[in-house]
Design a protein around this ligand. Structure first.
Ligand SMILES: NC(=O)c1ccc[n+]([C@@H]2O[C@H](COP(=O)([O-])OP(=O)(O)OC[C@H]3O[C@@H](n4cnc5c(N)ncnc54)[C@H](OP(=O)(O)O)[C@@H]3O)[C@@H](O)[C@H]2O)c1
Length: 274
């Protein structure tokens, strides 16, 4: 295999759609991809947030695109993907970062709220992948990164809907990866740990002590800074990771690797007798 490093690890000239690109992790990813020379289209729900992020992207690359729509609206999504393809002439990458969370004990969960979380986090991702696939499969190449969550591995009270939706994203990712890899399309997911963004800011501000304890449990000792999600996402978008297929990459400061609290014995019991 001969290669140029820039092609193997770069995204220059690639066309990438970032759902949830109007806020938090998605906005950080969209900004970095633009800096790296990709043509970027963001999709978000709120017009003002979309417009604000798009304006910043266009200062770096005037060809960037933005769409405010609901990712569960298949027709609106279809039109947005078609517009991206028309404008960029290709769709090489897709990052599914759009997502919502509602913390509620199951006995109090309204089924319409539970369903909405599944609709946005799972079905929105499914719709997005299906539409990207239309262009990527025809081209015989492409890479998709779905953002799931550490909640798929670590149970937390109140997170039943969110955890179920994100675990389904990981399962969907694995199945789709096997379905499409021989047709040239790579699919992986990333499961972030705790990052402070709009999705959790209010809860964090309302519960500073619990936040402090959560952070103390992270082996790295701090919540993730949004720029630290960029490199793993960009890596999965590049050909340099083409042998990574259907994987879920934990970006969580070590939370999935281990815990920090240990039950140590008194030191003297460890001493070797003289
Ligand atoms: N932050 C964390 O600690 C953390 C941890 C694990 C996983 N994640 C996941 O990471 C992803 C990004 O979250 P974030 O932290 O960046 O949160 P965020 O700042 O709230 O961003 C979420 C994005 O998704 C968009 N969105 C939500 N529902 C949508 C819909 N129905 N249609 C279109 N766009 C929609 C939002 O648009 P509007 O703002 O206009 O609603 C926003 O752009 C999510 O999938 C989240 O579950 C986050």
């Amino acid at each position: 295999m001969t290669y140029h490093l820039e092609d193997l690890f770069g995204v220059k000239g690639r066309a990438v759609i970032v759902t949830g690109g109007s806020s938090g992790l998605g906005a950080e990813i969209a900004s970095a991809l633009t800096d790296l020379g990709a043509q970027v289209a963001i999709i978000g729900r709120t017009k003002e947030k979309c417009d604000r992020v798009l304006a910043a992207l266009r200062e770096k690359n005037p060809s960037c695109l933005g769409f405010h729509l609901d990712i569960t609206d298949e027709k609106a999504m279809e039109e947005a993907f078609a517009a991206v393809y028309k404008s960029f002439g290709r769709i090489d990458g897709l990052v599914n970062s759009a997502g919502i969370c509602q913390i509620e004990d199951l006995e109090n969960f309204e089924m319409k709220d539970f369903t909405r979380i599944i609709d946005v986090n799972l079905l929105g991702t499914v719709i997005s992948c299906k539409l990207a696939g239309k262009y990527m499969l025809a081209a015989g190449c492409g890479s998709i990164v779905n953002i799931s969550s550490q909640s798929t591995r670590v149970g937390k009270p109140g997170y039943t809907a969110y955890a179920a939706s994100k675990a389904a994203v990981d399962g969907f990712t694995r199945a789709l990866a096997t379905e499409w890899i021989r047709k040239g399309v790579k699919v992986n997911s990333i499961s972030p740990g705790l990052f402070v963004t709009d999705i959790n800011r209010k809860e964090i501000e309302a519960n500073p002590e619990i936040f402090r304890q959560r952070v103390a449990d992270i082996p790295r000792g701090k919540a993730g800074e949004p720029p630290l999600l960029v490199a793993p996402v960009v890596a999965l978008l590049t050909p340099g990771t083409d042998h990574m297929v259907g994987q879920t990459l934990a970006v969580d400061g070590g939370t999935s690797a281990g815990i920090m609290k240990v039950m140590a014995l008194p030191k003297k019991t460890h001493r070797v007798p003289e």
